[in-house]
Design a protein. Structure first.
Length: 331
């Protein structure tokens, strides 16, 4: 098991982390000052105020804000549009866009209303939305890429800031080969989108340089993860980290920037000790890490699951020394 980076936290922050219950995804804000954690079982979001010194490394959590809403249900996925606006995917409901309340996260619990609820359209309705990724588009628009867990597809909903995030259009973006898409990540250059496919025990990778649709075949696949969940590209696009909910592991995949073909992990590291993992092992699909994100300095990895609400690791300790040339077989 790789060593954790200990973080400093006030007693109130520690209590809030201990009370959040089952967690799913988590996400750093664009300015790296906040970390949002999805509180699935208690139907809320926990917003943590961070101070990160990556070179040391030192992490301090100096405050928190617990957010509730009638539009928050089983909060499974979340992402930031900007430093003050974020999106929540409710597995038992819809997509909701929220603005953070004014003021610093200083231990308050706030009830908030959404700026917008995203329902989809007649031929592209949202069903069991899980993870969500925000893609910035030209002219103030954003694409919300949503894993519809039990409809086995990813939908795209284009919203506009000036219209208070009203959806301008909705489409089924990906469907082929997916079985319970449970996590989604975009490469930083916008070329690739990776989707965890829980039912097929792999991660599908699609090439976004070509038009996407229901029949689009995956360009690549990441194999040998039991039940992949949260995942992220590193900043240079050379690695993908995958949290395996069915093991105590995070798997690391590597490429030269071209993610076509099938790959096995070149490195897998334990982020949970055996006792913690077995405590959450209600079935073969559970017990391991769920949410995973890499901070904006590309040096810290945050991981969450029910039995270990929050842990930080150095990215270099997870990735290790780069393998010469990752093994890949093109189907």
């Amino acid at each position: 098991m790789i060593p954790r980076i200990d973080f400093e936290a006030t007693g109130a922050v520690s209590e809030a982390l201990g009370a959040i219950g089952r967690t799913e995804d988590l996400r750093f804000s664009p300015d790296n000052r906040l970390l949002a954690v999805a509180g699935y079982s208690h139907r809320r979001c926990l917003i943590l105020k961070l101070d990160i010194e990556p070179g040391v490394p030192r992490i301090a959590i100096s405050g928190f804000m617990e957010l509730k809403s009638e539009s928050m249900g089983e909060v499974h996925g979340l992402d930031f549009i900007d430093n003050r606006t974020f999106v929540v995917a409710n597995r038992d409901g819809l997509i909701a866009v929220f603005a953070l309340p004014q003021g610093e996260p200083a231990g308050q619990c706030r009830e908030i209303a959404p700026l917008r609820l995203i329902k989809g359209s007649r031929f592209c309705k949202l069903r069991s939305p899980g993870s969500v990724a925000v893609k910035r588009e030209p002219h103030g628009r954003f694409s919300l890429l949503v894993c519809n867990n039990y409809k086995h597809r990813v939908t795209r909903h284009v919203v506009h800031r000036r219209l208070r995030y009203r959806a301008l259009w909705n489409q089924v973006m990906l469907e082929q080969g997916l079985n319970i898409p449970d996590g989604i990540a975009l490469s930083h250059d916008g070329r690739w989108v990776a989707v965890s496919s829980h039912g097929t025990n792999d991660v599908k990778i699609y090439d976004m340089s070509a038009p996407l649709g229901r029949g689009t075949q995956s360009a690549g696949a990441l194999e040998n993860a039991n039940y992949p969940h949260g995942l992220r590209f590193t900043q240079d696009g050379g690695h993908i980290l995958v949290a395996d909910a069915g093991s105590p592991m995070v798997h690391v995949y590597a490429s030269n920037g071209d993610w076509r073909g099938r790959r096995a992990p070149f490195r897998s590291v334990a982020v949970l000790d055996e006792e913690t993992f077995l405590r959450g092992r209600a079935n073969v699909e559970e017990g391991g890490p769920k949410g995973l994100d890499i901070d904006r300095s590309n040096s810290i990895v945050a991981v969450t699951c029910q039995e270990q609400t929050l842990a930080f690791y150095g990215l270099s300790s997870i990735v290790g020394r780069r393998a010469a040339e990752p093994e890949c077989s093109v189907p």
